[in-house]
Design a protein around this ligand. Structure first.
Ligand SMILES: [Fe+2]
Ligand SMILES: [Fe+2]
Length: 320
């Protein structure tokens, strides 16, 4: 990999011309240091989100209401772990070690999606997470499947296929509950009420205030703005809510026939800031769970290292 600290203007112009032609950037290609840094930040944040995202749903595996639901939820949570590992591998192609990435998560230096700092209080939350949270992830990741960095784009194509399954299983849970008893209907509506606004926050700050947006767009790391993606998500989701007789907790929501957009009320960015700076309802619990998992896994890492050393010694013996 070729990276430079002070970017050579000729190389930079070549790089930008490649992007202009719609080429993808591959690990061994020259790239501006800032591009590499932005991608490491974004991809590792994404990988961390997949791993931390296993926790709120994992909370319900033992309490799923039927064997079928339990199997589906187990498969989904396992998929998320796979997504995390896949994206960590992709991030390593940028010349950073996974150990360092994990360290950044555990010390709080790296962030993960704000959404996973909310609690899963009832079974309906599992349906609503699949429908709204995985639904929002799909909107974002479909855009990222066209990102300019090859390994990330390819990871997204594969991951999006599984996210579609996640969204469908969630929406199916919501559909069944929405057609169920009054208590089930109330439970799923309550879950939508709690998850709606945090789901909209998943797309990140408004474009005007997003610190990284302009550069990410220029280098085609992102292909659309946070606000455009958020609007697409709302436009996709409101008809789905209506189809099963659920509402979203927004008195300002209205359809604009001219723009064909569902216009929505103001997002509470103070809440978003509080959650990403560590003061959401479950931040401490999530990080404690990750640290414990990391500590509990120490023996596995040690065993893997010992095994690798033994294999290396053996192949040296054979070579001699
Ligand atoms: Fe995922
Ligand atoms: Fe997912």
């Amino acid at each position: 990999m070729t990276v430079s600290t002070a970017d050579d203007p000729i190389k930079l112009a070549e790089f930008e011309a490649r992007l202009e032609r719609g080429e993808t950037i591959e690990p061994k290609d020259w790239m501006p240091e800032k591009y590499r840094k932005q991608l490491i930040r974004m991809m590792s944040q994404h990988a961390h989100s997949e791993i931390v995202g296993m926790l709120p749903e994992g909370n319900w595996i033992t309490r799923a209401p039927s064997l079928r639901r339990k199997m589906v939820l187990l498969a989904k949570v396992q998929d998320e772990g796979g997504h995390g590992l896949y994206i960590y591998c992709g991030t390593e192609t940028l010349g950073i070690d996974r150990e360092e990435l994990v360290e950044q998560l555990l010390t709080g230096k790296a962030k993960y999606s704000s959404i996973f700092n909310y609690p899963t209080l009832t079974w309906a939350d599992i349906g609503v997470i699949g429908w709204l949270v995985d639904g929002a992830a799909i909107v974002n990741q479909t855009m990222l499947a066209k990102t300019s960095y090859g390994p990330y784009a390819r990871a997204m194509i594969r991951i999006c296929k599984e996210e579609n399954f996640h969204k469908r299983q969630g929406y199916e849970i919501c559909t069944v509950m929405a057609k169920g008893t009054p208590a089930q209907r109330a439970m799923v509506q309550d879950a939508v009420n709690r998850w709606w606004w945090p789901s909209l926050m998943m797309f990140g700050p408004s474009d005007g205030t997003s610190p990284n947006s302009a550069e990410l767009l220029r280098w085609r790391v992102k292909r659309e703005t946070n606000d455009a993606l958020r609007q697409r998500f709302v436009n996709l989701t409101i008809p789905q809510a209506q189809a099963i007789g659920l509402t979203v907790p927004d008195p300002d929501l209205r359809y604009n026939a001219e723009t064909e957009n569902w216009e929505f009320g103001a997002i509470d960015w103070a809440e978003f800031q509080a959650v990403i700076s560590g003061n959401g309802p479950c931040n401490r619990e999530r990080m404690a769970a990750r640290r414990k998992a990391h500590d509990d896994g120490a023996w596995v890492r040690e065993a893997a290292e010992a095994h690798a050393a033994k294999q290396a010694a053996r192949s040296r013996e054979h070579a001699a």
